[in-house]
Structure formats: structure tokens, C-alpha cells
Design a protein around this ligand. Structure first.
Ligand SMILES: [Zn+2]
Length: 240
């Protein structure tokens, strides 16, 4: 695996231990061009960075060393963990994002992402449940890597958790309303998966439900808990 080094000065001065690395956080760059993204991730004034960036041709850049804390997650939460920068490796996928023209991720870009994830998972013994999107850990602020990101494909490669339900069976339960008791069950399953609900004011749960849908049920992202969402959440929560 070829990796090109590009230096970013945006990281904590203290080194971190190998065992403090517990998460992979996937992002999209959300900018017009690859050049612009790299420039921003290396600009000391921007105060943002990530460990890796993968461009649309699959070229992998290393911006920050793994043993340094990069600044990609921001205010975030997953399970018991808060503000995930110190415990995670951030990987940026070049994509214009929802703001500038969200496109499908490219084949080579994804195959190299899979390669580097497999390498990092092995090296740092990262658990499947700790492979997340930025929107999973910061659902009130973020949409990336977004609904075009193929979590199912990654799951097939043992990267992250995917359900083992048949899509043609699931679709029958889409938009099927459920009673309050089951909505509460759904929220509890999401908490078990890792989603944090004590992070915002009333009304923020819709954004968290959308983050779940963006990851696990991208065909309909409406913030409404239906039976399909519940079935998927139950299945995923059994695997964490
Ligand atoms: Zn992000």
C-alpha cells in the first residue's frame, strides 16, 4: 500500500500510546477540490486535520502520524467516549459533499479505503462497533460521510457492523408506524450501538435518528422511527 506524506502542523504536541487508538472515523472532505481540501487540512489557521485523505483516484495521503492526535472529530460522542480525537484515526474521503455536489465514492477510492482500514484494524485491534462515520458521533452538526457511503460493502469486508437481514424482506416494514413502547425500544438499541442522546436540546433526537438512517437505512432518511428502522437497530445491537 503506497502512502504519500504531506505534512500538516495541526495535531496535539503530546504523542499518544498505541492502545489509546480505538476508533476509525470516516469523513468526506466536503470541498470543491482535492487541492483545496489538503490546503485546509494543513493550514494552521484552519485548526483541522485528519490522519489520512484518500482522493477519488484512490491515492492515499498521510497528513498526521497515527501516534499524534489529529483534529477531525470535534465535539463528539460514542458510547462512553467523548470528544473522540484522542482515541481515533480520522480518514477523509475526497468528495464535494452535500454542499457542493455530493457524488458517489469511486471504486478505487473505496478499494484503497478498505485496504487501509484493514491494515489499521489489525494494527490497533479496533473493534467493529468502533468504526463510525462523523455523523454518527456528531449527529447534530455533521452529515458526512453521508448516505452514498457504502457501509454495507465495508461490512462485507469486516469493516464496521452491518446487519444480516434481507433487503427485500425489510422493505415491507418501511414507513410502517410503531407504537411508543417500540420507539423507546429503538432509542435504547441505538444507545447500545453507541449513539449518544444526552448531547442536545429537545428535538435533537430527530437528527440522531437521521444519522442512524444515513448509515443503516439510506433509502429513506426522514427522522421518523418506523418498523424497518426498529428491526435493523435490533439486529445491529445484537452484534455490538
Ligand atoms: Zn467530518
Amino acid at each position: 500500500m503506497k502512502i504519500s506524506n504531506v505534512y500538516s502542523p495541526n495535531f496535539d504536541r503530546n504523542k499518544r500510546s498505541q492502545k489509546s487508538i480505538k476508533f476509525l472515523v470516516i469523513h468526506y472532505t466536503g470541498m470543491q477540490s482535492e487541492r483545496e481540501s489538503i490546503r485546509r487540512l494543513c493550514n494552521p489557521k484552519a485548526k483541522v486535520s485528519s490522519h489520512y485523505l484518500i482522493n477519488q483516484n484512490g491515492k492515499i495521503y498521510r497528513l498526521v502520524m497515527d501516534n499524534r492526535i489529529a483534529w477531525h472529530a470535534g465535539k463528539s460522542c460514542w458510547g462512553k467516549y467523548k470528544n473522540l480525537n484522542k482515541n481515533s484515526i480520522g480518514i477523509e474521503m475526497a468528495n464535494k459533499g452535500h454542499k457542493f455536489g455530493y457524488t458517489n465514492f469511486k471504486k478505487k477510492q473505496l478499494s484503497n479505503l478498505i485496504k487501509i482500514c484493514q491494515y489499521l484494524i489489525k494494527k490497533y485491534k479496533i473493534k467493529k462497533k468502533n468504526i463510525v462515520g462523523h455523523s454518527d458521533i456528531a449527529p447534530l452538526r455533521k452529515l458526512d460521510p453521508g448516505e452514498k457511503f457504502p457501509w454495507k460493502k465495508l461490512g462485507k469486508n469486516k469493516i464496521g457492523i452491518w446487519h444480516n437481514l434481507k433487503e427485500r424482506d425489510l422493505i415491507k416494514f418501511r414507513k410502517i408506524k410503531i407504537v411508543k413502547k417500540f420507539k423507546l425500544e429503538f432509542i435504547n438499541k441505538l444507545k447500545k450501538i453507541g449513539y449518544c442522546f444526552n448531547i442536545g436540546k429537545k428535538g435533537s433526537s430527530i437528527k440522531i435518528i437521521k444519522a442512524f438512517q444515513r448509515h443503516y437505512r439510506k433509502e429513506l432518511i426522514n427522522g421518523i422511527i418506523d418498523k424497518e428502522c426498529l428491526i435493523i437497530a435490533k439486529n445491529i445491537s445484537k452484534k455490538v
